[in-house]
Design a protein around this ligand. Structure first.
Ligand SMILES: O=C([O-])C(=O)C[C@H](O)[C@@H](O)C(=O)[O-]
Ligand SMILES: [Mg+2]
Length: 424
């Protein structure tokens, strides 16, 4: 066992960064997105970084876990997972962790453990002088492709200055948004967040994207806003157009009914979000592609375990994202680099973040041709910018938001708004 890599201190800092008025199936993003930055320090003074959700319940559980793992060696990841499970007891997070009604059944222990595991791998990489992808088996690619993540959106949050993306509420607006994203980032795959407009309008938008971007893989994700019948109609309308259709309808049973007749693969980050949901999904052939996400699948090693299971059972593997900062982008990039069967371009909300707002020193991570070069520096390859961390923490304190609540925000703006799944 290596000496000198015992955890002596854990700091958890919630931060807020500006977020445009992005629409989804359960409401609209609030003016700020919340994240927590986790710093794990060892007795040799090596510090590792993790990033996770920052809803209040999640912060409370993170703090309990931080106390429980202080004193442990950063190599003891299995025992650390067990210890966190023990300290959380039956404290189940429900949905109050930053995913707003989208992901209800993911494992609370895995969600809480994930940022500590990433921080421990960062420390181990720094100590060994190796990038995190090398600790995960080595990079099978030196660049990780990401997809453009389009949203219907308002020009501004009511009462705020407009952002520089402008509104996107029809096919023209969506195509214009895609053109800018492809121009600025070079993305070679495109995902549209649906479940916002009536399905026929979203079909129209995807067809407009197809015309504007011939040959570019396209995805549509209405977050379970449709019935099985509506899903099948959309699947027929978009046959030969979509690379995959993501979560058209709620639940594995409904997804399996759609999958039996739809021509394209179905993907999910809603009906398979924990290990105990995999057996029934495989048995029922409910999905053909699983979106991994180390933030709720229990970190990088457990995401690789998911990748192995997907490989064994012939499921495709993609990657999900939420609004995130540079620590998460680095972790996602290392994981994707070291996961051979992650063959789809990964989701990222990166373009929606104000480039001036991050907690990492700028310059390490950048997009070229829609992909991010895998950092070769030790650990995650990103450094914390302490002034920026303090600024974004101050913004968290001032903004008053403490839990992500897209539906509540929408209802404050439009009291007649109802959350429904399926809606159409
Ligand atoms: O693929 C997904 O379902 C997501 O990315 C979920 C997110 O919550 C997304 O809908 C968002 O940011 O509004
Ligand atoms: Mg999704």
């Amino acid at each position: 066992m290596s000496e000198g890599l015992r955890i002596t201190r854990v700091d958890i800092t919630p931060v807020a960064f500006k977020d445009p008025a992005l629409l989804n199936a359960v409401g609209v993003h609030e003016p700020y997105a919340l994240r927590a930055v986790v710093e794990v320090t060892t007795d040799q003074g090596v510090t590792g970084l993790g990033e996770t959700y920052a809803d209040e319940g999640h912060l409370r559980r993170l703090r309990a876990a931080a106390d429980a793992i202080t004193g442990m060696d950063v190599h003891e990841l299995g025992p650390m997972h067990r210890r966190i499970a023990g300290v959380l007891g039956g404290d189940s997070g429900g949905d109050g962790h930053g995913l707003t009604g989208m992901i209800t059944t993911s494992s609370t222990v895995d969600r809480v453990f994930a940022p500590f595991e990433v921080a421990c791998l960062d420390i181990r990489g720094r100590a060994a002088g190796r990038p995190v992808c090398d600790l995960l088996g080595g990079a099978v690619r030196d660049r990780v492709p990401f997809s453009a993540y389009l949203f219907y959106k308002w020009a501004a949050h009511p009462g705020h200055e407009p952002d520089d993306w402008g509104p996107a509420l029809d096919p023209e607006g969506i195509v214009a948004q895609a053109r800018r994203m492809v121009r600025e980032y070079g993305f070679t795959a495109i995902k549209l967040k649906g479940g916002v407009m009536p399905p026929e309008q979203e079909v129209e938008a995807v067809l407009a994207l197809r015309e504007a971007f011939p040959g570019v893989p396209l995805r549509l994700d209405p977050n379970a806003a449709w019935t099985v019948e509506t899903s099948l109609k959309v699947a027929r309308d978009l046959e030969g157009v979509l690379e995959y259709l993501e979560d058209p309808t709620p639940g594995q049973e409904g997804m399996a009914r759609v999958a039996r007749e739809a021509a394209m693969p179905l993907a999910t980050n809603m009906c398979v979000v924990a290990f105990d949901e995999l057996p029934s999904a495989v048995r029922g052939d409910a999905v053909q592609v699983v979106l991994s996400d180390h933030h709720y699948w229990g970190g990088l090693h457990r995401s690789k375990l998911l990748a192995g299971i997907c490989d064994t059972f012939g499921l495709g593997l993609s990657m999900h994202s939420n609004s995130h900062l540079g620590i998460s982008l680095a972790a996602m990039t290392h994981l994707a680099a070291a996961t051979e069967n992650l063959t789809y371009a990964c989701d990222t909300h990166w373009p929606w973040k104000d480039p001036a707002e991050d907690v990492v020193v700028p310059g390490t991570l950048g997009f070229r041709d829609g992909s991010v070069a895998v950092p070769r520096a030790p650990g995650l390859g990103v450094e914390l910018d302490r002034d920026a961390l303090a600024r974004l923490h101050e913004q968290y304190v001032r903004c008053g938001l403490r839990n992500r609540d897209d539906t509540g925000y929408m209802r404050r703006l439009d009291p007649s708004y109802e959350k429904k799944s399926p809606r159409w």
